[in-house]
Design a protein around this ligand. Structure first.
Ligand code: IPO
Ligand code: ZN
Length: 436
């Protein structure tokens, strides 16, 4: 009898060590409570080291589209965010599970350390109240460049957006660790370099990441008056089909997020074709490795914060070419974004794109790269292609193709136009005056 107990214990122990031997290094992550509960169901031994309650803005139920941008249209929700250490493997599996079971995004952020996780949660805890304070960086959000913006809007071409989506979705995949994902990033860098040829005020760079081969890509147009103040428009260049994605997986990611890259590249093309010179520095970013915990944008935002860079505003374009419902063109994501800047984005649409209907919705913890900026105190907005309920069910599958958007880029064009208004109206501001 005694012997039996002993051998059972030995067996359990051996199993434990066998698992420990094959498991990769543990990484620090933070995630919302729903994702955490799913993880705990599969791995009861996973346990958070700390949890923080974060207040976020959410739409008030029953508000009409025309109320978007008014303070009454928002209320708050409290998110319980957990910090814990997990295996990389468990994590990728979790993001697939969250996507399948909760029908929303992976929703976790990878952190360099427990201290870094705690610090970012502290920033997030205060982001609503801090956003209300007048900071040195608060721009005027004036809409007063009609003579520049209006003619530029007519130059946005659907055919350009369409061909970029086609080109990006033609890669076998754009996963952060595959040869195709690396090639897609290198090719995007070369495309942007060619677009900027001859301009001494533009730099195009590859932002290398230590832990994986795919690089982020940044095109920067130096501001003529306030070059140290930066306006960012970004989207992620990687794609995925979940935790088993490998070298030969087919992951076209036409909507997620070839469309966002195509929309922002069209903003870039139109501005360069017109020889537009921003007063503030304007940066276009193609982030690597969004699908595996916002890694690329997080590294960039961390570096900018560390260097004390003044990022006055960020627009995230992640999924722009699938119109989930006919009743809305642009859904402004309210949570983990900046309400004042969201009101500005809504005002831009009202002023320049009155034919579009703008609604609002919440997407949950860490649903895209805007969270990397928000967690460092920068103002970010996320105009999205649909409501959460009507979202594109084909993302993260081999069927996320342009054919599923009827081989049209009509929806993504709206986001290119919105991005154009954001870029010009925010980057054409005079520098922020001291003490203002
Ligand atoms: C996503 C974003 C917002 C909403 I509302 C629904 C879905 C997709 C996003 N999480 C993703 O997978 N980006 O890569
Ligand atoms: Zn995705």
């Amino acid at each position: 009898m005694k012997k039996l107990v002993l051998s059972a214990a030995t067996l359990a122990c051996a199993t434990f060590f066998a698992q420990a031997a094959v498991a990769g290094p543990k990484i620090w992550v933070s995630m919302g409570d729903d994702a955490y509960q799913l993880l705990r169901a599969a791995h009861p031994q996973a346990k958070s080291t700390e949890s923080h309650d974060v207040q976020v803005n959410v739409p008030r139920a029953g508000m009409l589209a025309k109320a978007v941008g008014s303070p009454e249209s928002l209320t708050t929700r409290t998110d319980r965010i957990h910090v814990l250490q997990v295996d990389e493997d468990q994590l990728h599996r979790l993001s697939t599970e969250v996507h399948e079971k909760l029908h929303r995004c992976g929703g976790y952020i990878v952190h360099a350390s427990r201290a870094e996780a705690r610090q970012s949660l502290q920033e997030l805890r205060g982001h609503l109240t801090r956003a209300k304070e007048a900071t040195a960086l608060a721009p005027s959000y004036a809409i007063d460049n009609q003579s520049t913006v209006t003619p530029l809007l007519t130059q946005v071409q659907e055919s350009q957006v369409l061909s970029t989506i086609q080109k990006l979705s033609d890669y076998q995949n754009r996963f952060y660790k595959t040869s195709h994902g690396t090639a897609a990033s290198n090719d995007l860098f070369n495309t942007w370099k060619q677009m900027a040829a001859g301009r001494t005020d533009i730099t195009v760079s590859q932002f290398a990441h230590k832990k994986w081969p795919q690089k982020s890509v940044i095109l920067s147009i130096k501001g003529t008056h306030a070059p140290d103040e930066i306006v960012v428009i970004g989207g992620h260049l990687d794609s995925t089909v979940g935790f088993l994605t490998g070298e030969n997986s087919r992951a076209p990611g036409a909507d997620d997020d070839a469309s966002g890259i195509a929309s922002l590249q069209e903003v870039m093309r139109v501005l360069l074709a017109s020889n537009y010179k921003p007063k503030r520095t304007l940066q276009f970013m193609g982030y690597a490795a969004e699908e595996v915990g916002l890694l690329g944008s997080d590294a960039i935002a961390a570096k900018y914060k560390k260097q004390g860079k003044k990022v006055v505003g960020v627009m995230q374009l992640d999924m722009t070419n699938y119109q989930g419902q006919p009743t809305s063109d642009i859904t402004l994501i309210t949570d983990y974004t900046n309400a004042a800047q969201n009101n500005f984005v809504k005002a831009l649409a009202t002023a320049y794109l009155p034919e579009l209907t703008v609604t609002q919705d919440a997407c949950g913890y860490a649903c895209s790269d805007h969270a990397s900026w928000t967690k460092r105190g920068y103002a970010a907005s996320f105009p999205f292609e649909s409501s959460l309920a009507a979202d594109n069910k084909l993302i993260h599958t081999p069927n996320d193709t342009l054919a599923k958007s009827n081989n049209s880029a009509a929806h993504a064009v709206k986001f290119a136009k919105l991005g154009l208004t954001f870029a010009v109206e925010l980057a054409s501001d005079a520098p922020v005056k001291a003490g203002q």
